[in-house]
Design a protein around this ligand. Structure first.
Ligand SMILES: O=C(CO)COP(=O)(O)O
Length: 246
């Protein structure tokens, strides 16, 4: 099934989350042929857990720590998320990589922590503007995917991947659907080459300046299996339109 996910980033208080869900749920009530996911801040997970109980809209986290527990002040473990009913977690978002110094090695550890827990990670990869201009897009994607999945090659069916070119995030300047399609195809071929038993269940999402006007164009591409939406997901009406755009 296609996956349309919101990434609220550091937006929405718990009270605002309540209001959002109150407005959003009726708008997508009849949409059952695609998966709808809201990746909310940690502080909104409790209210999402309560309000989405027995609902078809799922909720996820935007980050997780790789250790199971211990003296890691300010961090949240996989089991803490699991206990709240979290289905998905975003791992290696470019804002974590570039603003918080998250390395490929840390991202790999986070994926290892998620697998086996029942929480499905959404691994984010994407090239920066300078890398794109230097013609390094495919090389960067290959390196990020390979390092993130190091020792996890046999489990590639248990994750989803979001292709989010860094230059397209929050810039109002999305990749063209055709360019995104090429990278998505490349990632699928890479997964096939890494895992001989690959069943093809990894969905490759596109993220970066998706809005109500361009969502359907991305979803027409054969290897674009979903969307990861930042800014445009903060309005329940706009996000419901994106969910229903294809
Ligand atoms: O980073 C993103 C989703 O994870 C994309 O953000 P925007 O949709 O705001 O460009």
């Amino acid at each position: 099934m296609k996956l349309i996910s919101a990434n609220w980033k550091m937006n929405m208080t718990p009270s605002q989350t309540k209001e959002y869900l109150y407005n959003f749920l009726p708008l997508v009530e009849d949409v059952k042929d695609r998966e709808i996911l809201l990746c909310v801040p940690y502080t909104s997970l409790c209210i999402a857990s309560e309000m989405l109980k027995d609902k078809h809209v799922k909720f996820g986290a935007q980050n997780v720590h790789y250790e199971p527990k211990g003296a890691f002040t300010g961090e949240i473990s996989v089991s803490m998320l699991k206990d709240l009913g979290v289905s998905y977690v975003i791992v290696g978002h470019s804002e974590r990589r570039w603003l918080f110094g998250e390395s490929d090695e840390i991202i790999n550890k986070k994926l290892i922590a998620c697998l086996g827990s029942g929480i499905r990670p959404i691994l984010c990869v994407g090239e920066r503007q300078d890398e794109r201009e230097a013609g390094l897009t495919f090389k960067v994607i290959e390196t990020q995917v390979k390092l993130a999945l190091s020792s996890l090659e046999d489990y590639t069916d248990m994750i989803d991947i979001a292709y989010e070119p860094v230059w397209a995030i929050g810039s109002g300047n999305p990749a063209t659907p055709e360019d995104a399609q090429k990278v998505h195809r490349f990632i699928k071929e890479l997964l096939e080459s890494l895992n001989k038993n690959y069943k093809g269940t990894t969905r490759i999402l596109y993220g970066g300046s998706v809005n109500i006007h361009n969502a359907s164009e991305f979803m027409k591409m054969p290897d674009i299996d979903g969307l990861l939406v930042g800014g445009a997901s903060l309005d329940p009406e706009a996000f419901s339109q994106i969910v229903k755009s294809f």
